[in-house]
Each structure stands twice: as C-alpha cells, then as structure tokens.
Design a protein around this ligand. Structure first.
Ligand code: AHM
Ligand code: MG
Length: 344
C-alpha cells in the first residue's frame, strides 16, 4: 500500500510524523515503540486465558505472592511485569524503571545501553478481573531523568505529573488498544492482530464537557467523606434534585476500561478518599495510575483532580504514594471539586 494520507497510519508512522514536526525526539519515539511492543506480548498472554496456563494467583505451595502494595499477585501481574522489564531494560532509552509491582525503582546498569528517560508502569491494572475475562490494561508514564544523575534512585522519580513527557495505556479487551499522549492531544491506536501493528483509529480524542454518567464503587459509600456523600447523593437524586438531571452509573473495576469509556463518550471516574484507605491517602497510585490518566484526560479536554488540587500539580512524596482521584468530563469534575471546597 502506498504511504498516502488515505492509507492506515501505523503507530510507527504516527511517531515518525511527530518527530518530523519537532514534537518528540528519536529516543522518546523508540522508547514508546518498545513499550508498545511489550504491550503486544502482554496482549497475547492475556488473550490465551486458561489455555496459556496463566490464570490464577502467583506464588507456590499454597503461599500467595504479595507485592509492595500488600496485594496478592496474579500470575499475569508477574508475567506482565517481567515482559515490560525485559523489553525496556535493554531498549537503550532509559536511565531507570519503576513498577507498581516492585518495592523500588531499578536503575539501568553500566552493562546495559542507557538513555535519559525514566519509565513508570502498572503492568496489569485491574488484575482482579483477569480470572473472570473482563478487560484489564497496562498504564505507563515517562519522565526525564534529572541532569547529572547517573544512577537514578526512587527520589529522582518524584516529579509532578506536569513533568511527564509521555503517558498512555493499553487496554486488553474485545480489541487491544493503545491510547497515547506526548502532550499534543490524546490518540487511540487499535492492534491489527493479523499484521501485528497498532493502527491509528482515533486522532485527537475529545471528552464531552458535560455528562450524565458516573463511575464509582458504590459499596464504599458509607466510608466516604462528607463532600463525596453530598456529591453522589445529589447525582442519585436525579432530575428532582439540585443537579436537575438523571445520572447513569458504570463501574468495571478496571481503571483502564473505565477511563477508556470516559475518553470515548464522557463521564466522571472517581476513587475518593474513604475511611478504609484514608491512612494510605487513597486507593489508586499517583505515579502509576492517577498521573498518566490525568495527562491523557487533560490532553483530551477533560480535567483531573484529587478533589482538592489539580492532579498533575501534586508534588509526589513517595514512589507508591496513593491519592483520591476524580477525572473525566471537565464540568463534572469541577462540580465534584466544588462539593469538596464547600464542605472543607
Ligand atoms: P490494581 O492495580 O491492584 O489492579 O488496583 C487498581 C484497580 C483499578 O483498576 C480499579 O479502578 C480499582 O482498583 C477497583 O477497585 P475496587 O475493587 O475497590 O472497586
Ligand atoms: Mg493498578
């Protein structure tokens, strides 16, 4: 097929065009290609399901394997982490990597090809859904390694989300899709399984400003803070309540799938502070989940907040720090933030 404008645009061509336009350098382009390749491998492993012998918990002799988050790991959590680590450690574009599944970041050793970026990832988000064949995903974020740092430690990753140079996720659902931003819009690519490449299927995703759909785990309602109680109470009151419209609710319990729906048709996603997770600061992780999603959502015209602060401006204090999350349609996120301001 001739490379004219009507032919499908592969991820490779899209990134080369971004490089030619001066929006990305060759190193970052190649780093994203390596991440995308690793996601293809994860997609294959996830897609095999029970036939691949990869379902169920990791660990042996009845002993569950527990990660740094205190959560039992699935076999596919471990496998996905290994795939991303192996592909990227030798990619030549990184100074270090950090994963939701590992206690500390890993610097690229002198024996390996080295670059200037830091990669953070949640290798398989929503992994409680694996065994029931519901969408899961990989989330990633790219930062610059600070100048003059040879072997980056955990502290060098503690940069606010505004410093991200790229972020994205790959969703393993009915189709495998990669959604990416390098700070110039949010674009979606669908994996063409026959030719094995990601093809641009939505340029410039745009989240509708208003919505009638919210996503939250309602079973936590009694543990929420007062502003969240008031906000959701008014959503549930529907057209007779102060919001004056009926709201619908959706909750996949896979952040990637919930955020993908919101990027596609609008909505608000929230995982607020509750008395169960208050000591940890929230449920979702700032560096591996909230910041990359906030970057993607803002680049699609939406908003992302902790309820009290713009997500991307939070100064991280720990690699595995947790935060409350509200993101999606701009006007709805602003409404949720207003409830917090009024109740504080
Ligand atoms: P994980 O990284 O351990 O998979 O946890 C994150 C997931 C998100 O994908 C999802 O939004 C949330 O946890 C669901 O939480 P809950 O089971 O409390 O509804
Ligand atoms: Mg996760």
């Amino acid at each position: 097929m001739s490379p004219n404008s009507a032919s499908p645009v592969s991820l490779t061509r899209h990134l080369l065009e971004e490089q030619r336009a001066g929006r990305i350098n060759a190193d970052l382009r190649l780093l994203i290609e390596v991440v995308a390749r690793a996601c293809k491998s994860i997609s294959i492993a996830v897609g095999k399901g029970a036939l691949g012998g990869v379902l169920g918990d990791a660990g042996s002799a009845g002993e569950a394997s527990i990660n740094i988050q205190g959560e039992a790991q699935k076999k596919l959590d471990v496998l996905s982490n290994e795939i991303l680590m192996e592909a990227n450690a030798w990619g030549g574009h990184l100074a270090g990597l950090a994963s939701e599944e590992m206690d500390h970041s890993v610097p690229i050793s002198d024996a390996q090809p080295r670059g200037n970026y830091l990669l953070l990832f949640d290798p398989l988000d929503g992994s409680s859904n694996i065994d029931v064949n519901i969408s899961v995903g990989t989330i990633f974020s790219v930062l610059r390694c600070p100048d003059g740092v040879g072997q980056p430690g955990d502290e060098h990753y503690l940069q606010p989300g505004t410093d991200q140079v790229a972020a994205g996720y790959c969703t393993y659902g009915p189709s495998t899709m990669l959604v990416l931003t390098i700070g110039h819009g949010t674009h979606a690519f669908t994996l063409d399984r026959e030719i094995g490449s990601f093809v641009l299927t939505q340029r410039g995703m745009t989240i509708p400003e208003d919505t009638k759909e919210f996503a939250v785990n309602m079973s936590n309602q009694r543990f929420w803070e007062a502003p969240m109680q008031a906000y959701v109470g008014d959503l549930l009151a529907g057209r007779e309540g102060p919001r004056g419209k009926d709201f619908n609710m959706r909750w996949v319990a896979s952040m990637v799938a919930d955020v993908h729906r919101i990027l596609t048709r609008g909505g608000i996603f929230s995982y607020p502070l509750d008395s169960k997770c208050a000591a940890k600061g929230g449920k979702l992780r700032l560096m591996y989940e909230a910041n990359p999603m906030a970057f993607l959502v803002e680049q699609a015209g939406g908003a992302a907040s902790t309820g009290r602060q713009r997500m991307l401006e939070v100064q991280p204090t720990g690699l595995h720090q947790r935060v409350p999350v509200f993101l999606g349609s701009r006007a709805e996120v602003e409404a949720a933030v207003k409830y917090h301001a009024e109740h504080d």
